[in-house]
Design a protein around this ligand. Structure first.
Ligand SMILES: [Zn+2]
Length: 319
């Protein structure tokens, strides 16, 4: 039951596909989309969302550039389409997908009648393989791409694998807005690091914290932020990475590390109590792929590691 509940909460907090998951009675009662809203941020940039999750759009005289859809269950993407039709006499010309996670892009195909869908080159195989309920991108880019519409320049940037291997940042430099879906986490943590490239994420958080022409940061979850959020989140990830790595080098097993590491300086981070253990476990497995201990593992230890996941990473052994 505990695992079941954790899975449901994980879905709510972050961003991966969990179709077919059994849900708790509490979650079944949830009424989605009650608090749908559209908020103007700057001259051209608007934020939309519900249920604590947000996308954005850029309104120009020649059309709209939409960034992301929403949760499948909320139907907020469909609501947004009707609102855009009511409010404006220009169509959605581009749908930009921040990354492939289902909860941020669901139902974006309803804009296919007027829009071209854009994303990072790595996005497409995920969309196809996982059969995402999403528009399928027809324009793909590698490192950076500009969309200029109605005199407004929108810069799409890819800094390498981070939260996923296809997450991009969307910058509107003239209005000093950065749309940083699932990157602007601030004092909130992810449930796990299964598909995060941790080392590069730390580098990219530094770049985003120092990116010029940014006054306002729009995250995919929670309130509007500033660039300070990148520093706060990076401090936590770095402390976790370094703490787990130090204990691995000392030869501590995963079970020992789970008991030893505390990071009490970050107790004010949202969801820390709930997700700290899975943070440790998945950080351990991430780091495991980056190092070779001095002493080779014995066949018996390999079997134990396989069967119990209690894997020795270093230290003395007797052969
Ligand atoms: Zn995500």
């Amino acid at each position: 039951m505990k695992l079941l509940k954790q899975s449901v909460m994980w879905f709510g907090v972050c961003c991966l596909l969990m179709v077919g998951l059994n849900v708790s009675a509490e979650e079944k009662k949830k009424v989605w989309g009650k608090d749908r809203s559209i908020t103007q941020i700057t001259d051209s940039v608007y934020r939309f969302g519900s249920d604590g999750q947000y996308g954005a759009y850029i309104l120009t005289s020649e059309g709209i550039i939409l960034v992301d859809g929403h949760y499948c269950q909320s139907n907020t993407t469909q609501w947004l389409k009707s609102e855009l039709d009511k409010r404006y006499d220009v169509p959605v010309k581009y749908v930009v997908l921040s990354h492939d996670h289902q909860d941020h892009i669901c139902h974006t195909d309803i804009f296919n009648d007027t829009a071209i869908t854009v994303g990072h080159r790595n996005l497409l195989p995920h969309i196809l393989r996982e059969k995402r309920d999403s528009a399928v991108p027809s324009v793909l880019f590698n490192d950076e791409m500009d969309i200029v519409l109605g005199g407004v320049k929108v810069v799409l940037m890819f800094f390498g694998p981070t939260h996923s291997d296809n997450l991009i940042q969307v910058h509107i430099p003239e209005e000093k807005v950065l749309i940083a879906i699932d990157m602007a986490k601030g004092k909130s943590i992810f449930p796990d690091y299964r598909d995060m490239e941790v080392n590069n994420t730390l580098e990219v958080l530094k770049k985003l914290a120092n990116l010029p022409d940014v006054d306002i940061v729009l995250p995919g979850h929670g309130p509007v932020k500033t660039q300070q959020n990148f520093i706060e989140n990076g401090n936590y990830i770095k402390a976790l990475r370094d703490g787990v790595l130090d204990l691995m080098v000392e030869g501590k097993s995963l079970d020992e590390i789970r008991k030893l590491i505390k990071l009490e300086n970050f107790d004010d981070f949202k969801h820390k109590e709930r997700w700290f253990d899975t943070n440790i476990v998945t950080m351990y497995h991430y780091l495991y792929r980056y190092r070779e201990p001095n002493n080779r593992i014995t066949p018996e230890e390999a079997t134990e590691c396989r069967d119990t996941r209690n894997c020795r990473t270093s230290g003395e052994i007797n052969i």
